[in-house]
Design a protein around this ligand. Structure first.
Ligand code: FAD
Length: 461
């Protein structure tokens, strides 16, 4: 055990709340400052259910504080994607091998559960309604607005973690330091959350154990199940253009568009117009920056240093994995926080960049390719290769979602596998073609080359 520190965490979202438990477990005293009111007492987001896909990397971090099973109990396994075409026909594509699922969890429910677990700990204190306005990094002096009193308060942090999300004020302070690298890029798409409520008897109106996708070329809608029988749908749609948020102005425009694009669900969305015109359009941003720390004083974590677009369902999972990695480093910690912060940011940065790029690429796959029969055939062939060569081939989606191989390794290996698949698919017109001697021979040759190019064994995170 190194010297006990008074640690300040800015932001009590998913990452900040989980981080508090890990730091307290290591013997530190933790104070969390959160801009919003206590979500357990106040309805946030207009009371809408918003859910997230939780997968292996996230579960691993929850396991570290002993709540993996508890969370699994209130999560809904999604065994694969169900694609809905314009005629309402359905196609199922499993996510991984038998038993490999991703899970739909309530964002607020998970955040509140983390608060419930951490709050009784005498070493963890939450301060709600406290918004960081300004930070003097040299002295780690924070100026906060107390939304209960309207007053301004200040505090001096011994050690500060910036877990304050994609628009982080802690990062904002770092951006003012010398030679700071920062980039943000927005997609020309926004998103809007809508609901398919439960049926009258409380049951789900679509298959419950799946992530539903309506891929429509340059836009799409997805739906994830909630425990109360409803689905939260997210429409990813261009801001501008012939089919865009800009061009849907009236109830009639909306209905005409939904009847043409998503005819099988219009009848399941009784509040469509009311929700569509009152729910906000969210932005989709990728944030990259470096360094993530300032001397031995402050470290960014989670979305604050690597916000990614949501198409791989990995933003929170990556933030949770940051905590797993930090905790591993704290295991052999010699008390030098500056050294620790540097080692952490150098180790995580390539993986954060990789998942950011993978997430953008997966948008194209989800909104466009999953509707293509050739693409689905390719997925089936890949799963056959994985069965035949489990030690040599893991599909990219599985590497990202069901393993703890570094994201950067997954990205690089995924590129090599993509090249091989392009060659193999030239010989494939049906699943049966996989057994053809020329396909098997080609594959063997390609796998030998792949091994030469890159040893298979990726380092685990
Ligand atoms: P946040 O969740 O943003 O939390 C930051 C906290 O800091 C908030 O509570 C905020 O109120 C507080 N805060 C901000 N500024 C201040 C301030 N100045 N002072 C004090 N407090 C402040 N990830 C997945 O893994 N799977 C998914 O399926 C998935 N789906 C997504 C779908 C959408 C539409 C979006 C937008 C994101 C999705 N994500 C998903 C990403 C995921 O939501 C984020 O990666 C995750 O919430 C990051 O957690 P965080 O704690 O770092 O940041």
């Amino acid at each position: 055990m190194t010297e006990r520190k008074n640690i300040t965490i800015m932001g009590a979202g998913l990452v900040g709340s989980l981080l508090s438990l890990y730091l307290a477990k290591r013997g530190h005293k933790v104070d969390l400052y959160e801009r919003r009111p206590d979500m357990r007492k106040t309805l946030l987001d207009g009371g809408r259910s918003i859910n997230l896909a939780l997968s292996d990397r996230g579960f691993r971090a929850l396991r570290g504080i002993g709540i993996e099973e508890e969370v699994r109990q209130v999560a809904i396994p999604m065994h694969g994607r169900i694609m809905h075409d314009e005629e309402g026909r359905l196609t199922f594509q499993p996510y991984g091998k038998e038993g490999q699922f991703i899970y739909s969890v309530s964002r607020a429910g998970l955040n509140a559960a983390l608060m419930d677990i951490s709050e009784p700990n005498p070493d963890i204190t939450y301060h709600f309604n406290r918004q960081l306005l300004d930070l003097d990094l040299h002295q780690n002096k924070a100026t906060l607005r107390n939304h209960e009193t309207g007053e301004t308060e200040s505090l001096e942090a011994e050690l500060l973690f910036g877990a304050d999300g994609a628009f982080s004020m802690v990062r904002n302070a770092m951006q003012k330091t010398e030679r700071y690298n920062y980039s943000q890029s927005y997609l020309e798409y926004g998103y809007k959350e809508l609901t398919i409520p439960a049926a009258e008897d409380g049951s789900w109106q679509l298959e419950k154990n799946a992530l539903h996708i309506w891929p429509r070329g340059n836009y799409m809608m997805i739906a994830l199940p909630n425990l109360d029988g409803s689905f939260t749908c997210t429409l990813f749609f261009p801001y501008e253009g012939p089919l865009s948020f800009e061009n849907i102005k009236t109830d009639d425009d909306l209905l005409a568009f939904f009847l043409q694009a998503f005819p099988d669900v219009v009848a399941l969305m009784p509040d469509l117009a009311q929700e569509y015109f009152s729910n906000p359009v969210g932005t989709l941003v990728t944030v990259k920056c470096f360094p993530w720390s300032y001397k031995d004083k402050a470290l960014l974590i989670g979305d604050a240093c690597h916000a990614v677009v949501p198409f791989y369902g990995q933003g929170m999972n990556a933030g949770f994995e940051d905590i797993t990695v930090l905790d591993q480093m704290l295991e052999n910690f010699d008390g030098d926080w500056e050294k620790l912060f540097h080692a952490f940011e150098r180790r995580r940065k390539p993986d954060a960049d990789a998942i950011a790029d993978l997430a953008v690429l997966n948008f194209i796959e989800m909104r466009d390719k999953v509707a293509d029969p050739r693409f689905l055939l390719r997925k089936k062939i890949e799963s056959k290769i994985n069965q035949q060569y489990p030690d040599k081939w893991i599909p990219l989606y599985s590497m990202v979602t069901f393993t703890d191989l570094p994201y950067s390794y997954a990205l690089e290996t995924g590129r090599l596998q993509d090249e091989i698949m392009q060659k193999v698919m030239k010989h494939i017109h049906s699943v049966e073609d996989y057994e053809k001697p020329e396909v098997q021979k080609l594959l063997e040759k390609q796998l030998i080359q792949k091994e030469r190019l890159k040893g298979y064994q990726g380092q685990r995170v």
